[in-house]
Every structure is written in structure tokens, then in C-alpha cells.
Design a protein. Structure first.
Length: 219
């Protein structure tokens, strides 16, 4: 993950915090010399799914999948054409051995996949199967609604610091995506609609940690 585009957006302390997070997650942080003689992190070499969770959560496949799907729900909502890394689609873990054996930090995200092992894992491994099933479902719902067109308008909603809320499209075709990014459950009593992902109709919305809702207007 390149950090050069964050110049002017993130402080030096923010980037150092991300570097520490990458290292804590089993990865590396690459530094470059600055004109003033100092150095600054320019790239994080870490498995994205592992970097999203904290400590013991990395051993909990269900926690990893929930957090990763929440993060991808935000990406799939934002205006433009999304790109999903193949190892995120398949729920791969960081290839620490490959990184250490090669001495190449980027190898942590370049696990060599064995077709037979992968196919087996997509049914028996909760992390692999959860990521593939969840992302395919979201992509299928996204493909079926014009609100997610790259040319459809986008509006960022302020529903509080606990959630990311984005509305795509207009009128009856609009989809409002809400993702809980807090450490607990969130209640939004004034938010209503039918969730495209679950088909549940909400008169008020409550999302558990890492919960996601893609809401459309109920006729």
C-alpha cells in the first residue's frame, strides 16, 4: 500500500501509526529518504485483511471476514470503478515465509496459490469461503442497481462518527450504504428502508460492529 498519495492528507504521526500497524500485523514498512535528510514511510507491505483487525482478532476468521467485508462495502459504494485484489477475494493470509525467504517485502501479498488447495479451502476454510461468498454477493447486488454506475452521483451523509454513510443515485433508484466503523452496535432510529443484502425491511436501523446495510426506499 503506497503512502506517497497521503502527503498533505496525513500527518507524519499518522503515517508512522500506520507503519506500526503494518509491523504489528506481521508485515513491513518501507522508508525513503527525504530532501531534508530525514526519512518517511512510503509503502506498507502487509496483508490487507490482517491489517484491518486487532491482536487476537487475527486468529478469528469470522472477525476478519466481517471487518474485511465492511471495508470492501465502503469501497464498492464509492463513485468510480472498484478493483478487488485477488488475494482479498480469496481471503488469503500474509505470506510471511515467502517474504522472509526472498527478502522482498512485497512478497507478503503475493502468495503462490495451488489450485487444488484453493478449491478445497473455498469450501472448508471459513476465511476463504466467507470472503468469496460475501464479495460475490455484494458485487451481484451492485451490478443489478443503476445507482452504482460509475456516472451515478454520490453524496456523503453525516449520520454520526460511528458510521460511514454514502448515498448513490437519486430519487427512488437511490441506494444508501451505511457501514458501522465503531467498536460497538449503533442505532439509527430515523433510518428506514429495505436492505438489498438481506432483504430485511427496517423501520429503524441497528447495526452491530462491522455491520453493513445497503438500503433502498420501500414503495
Amino acid at each position: 500500500m503506497g503512502l506517497r498519495p497521503t502527503a498533505g492528507l496525513l500527518s507524519h504521526e499518522d503515517r508512522e501509526a500506520l507503519a506500526a500497524r503494518a509491523i504489528e500485523s506481521g508485515g513491513r514498512a518501507s522508508y525513503a529518504n527525504e530532501p531534508d535528510g530525514g526519512s518517511a514511510v512510503y509503502e506498507l507491505n502487509v496483508n490487507y485483511l490482517d491489517a484491518l483487525v486487532d491482536g487476537a482478532e487475527r486468529g478469528d476468521d469470522h472477525a476478519v471476514v466481517a471487518r474485511a467485508l465492511a471495508a470492501h462495502a465502503i469501497m464498492l459504494t464509492m463513485i468510480g470503478v472498484p478493483a478487488i485484489y485477488v488475494h482479498s477475494l480469496f481471503g488469503s493470509r500474509g505470506d510471511v515465509a515467502g517474504m522472509e525467504d526472498s527478502g522482498i517485502a512485497r512478497r507478503i501479498n503475493r502468495e503462490k496459490l495451488d489450485a487444488d488447495s484453493l478449491l478445497a479451502g473455498l469450501t472448508t476454510d471459513a476465511r476463504r469461503s466467507g470472503m468469496l461468498t460475501g464479495l460475490v454477493h455484494m458485487l451481484s447486488m451492485r451490478r443489478g442497481h443503476s445507482a452504482f454506475s460509475p456516472f451515478s452521483p454520490q453524496q456523503v451523509l453525516d449520520l454520526g462518527p460511528e458510521v460511514v454513510a454514502i448515498r448513490r443515485g437519486t430519487g427512488t433508484d437511490a441506494v444508501t450504504v451505511i457501514v458501522n466503523v465503531s467498536h460497538g452496535s449503533v442505532s439509527l432510529p430515523d433510518v428506514k428502508g429495505r436492505d438489498l443484502l438481506t432483504e430485511v425491511v427496517h423501520d429503524s436501523l441497528t447495526l452491530e460492529r462491522d455491520g453493513v446495510a445497503w438500503l433502498v426506499q420501500v414503495p
